[in-house]
Design a protein around this ligand. Structure first.
Ligand SMILES: NC(=O)c1ccc[n+]([C@@H]2O[C@H](COP(=O)([O-])OP(=O)(O)OC[C@H]3O[C@@H](n4cnc5c(N)ncnc54)[C@H](O)[C@@H]3O)[C@@H](O)[C@H]2O)c1
Length: 251
């Protein structure tokens, strides 16, 4: 019960990795504000959390809109009096070949993944500084922010930005006892219906030879969001089946 009496705001908690982080933190006592742009997914996620005995509410939010993000932080405080943990998982993984990449795709991905991460981090940190009792911020980055990938110019740049944002925020927020870390998942099975084509090529390059599960990423995020993580800030922890350390796999 590492999160008893803690209030957590989790973006992208309507589906996938964000939902798994919400489930994990709630299972250890956190009250959860499910922040997502998709109302159906958000309300289904809240119902599942409540069915499991957790305290949870939804907040329909576009993380790329400052007013939405500030309203989400205000809602957590209005509901439960404070904010202890922010986990940012809301993100778009849209791909397009570099030579054909449109301004529209570039801005959509960067606005959601990177600017959204900045907005959420800043709004949460301001509240945590006001409270004066520290806090935990966890970003969901990606392997794609560590190395290049086909079709991932915008996506990879957004996640590389999140990794650096994590470092800069950690430096400026340390004096307020706010820890900022990221988990960088490798291929994780959140949408099997569209991920099938990727699985063959990715798995042959992953020492563990399989996709991760959302719960496996949530396990790392939960450590980074907990008081157990007491001497690590500004870091990105790869949870990727060994993908980022793999060189030649045969011969
Ligand atoms: N699945 C993977 O293989 C993988 C690998 C590495 C990193 N990631 C990262 O993990 C995070 C979650 O990925 P996932 O696979 O769980 O995705 P997902 O699509 O299953 O879930 C993302 C959630 O974010 C929400 N969302 C999208 N745009 C939003 C916005 N503007 N405001 C608020 N909510 C918004 C969606 O409605 C959805 O519920 C993303 O940041 C992604 O880049 C995923």
């Amino acid at each position: 019960m590492r999160f008893e009496n803690k209030v957590a705001l989790i973006t992208g908690a309507g589906h996938g990795i964000g939902q798994a982080i919400a489930t994990k933190l709630a299972s250890e006592g956190a009250k959860i504000l499910v922040v997502d742009i998709n109302p159906d997914q958000a309300s289904a996620a809240v119902s599942a959390l409540r069915d499991a005995g957790a305290t949870a509410e939804a907040c329909i939010t576009d993380v790329s809109k400052r007013a939405d993000v500030e309203a989400a932080v205000a809602k957590a405080v209005e509901l439960w009096g404070k904010l202890d943990i922010l986990a940012c998982s809301a993100g778009l993984m849209d791909r397009e070949p570099f030579l054909e990449m449109t301004d529209e795709l570039w801005h959509r991905v960067i606005d959601t993944n990177l600017y959204g991460g900045f907005l959420c981090g800043q709004a949460a940190a301001k509240q945590m500084v006001k409270q004066g009792s520290g806090g935990r911020i966890v970003y969901v980055a990606s392997n794609s922010g560590i190395f290049g990938g086909r079709g991932r110019a915008a996506y990879g740049a957004s996640k590389a930005g999140i990794i650096n944002l994590t470092q800069s925020m950690a430096i400026e927020l340390a004096e307020h006892n706010i820890y900022v870390n990221a988990v960088a998942p490798g291929p994780t099975l959140t949408r099997p219906e569209v991920q099938g084509e990727l699985m063959g090529s990715a798995q042959t390059r992953m020492p563990l030879g399989r996709f991760g599960t959302p719960a496996e990423i949530a396990g790392v995020a939960a450590f980074l969001a907990s008081d157990e993580c007491s001497f690590t800030t500004g870091h990105t922890y790869a949870a990727d089946g060994g993908f980022t350390v793999a060189g030649l796999m045969e011969g």
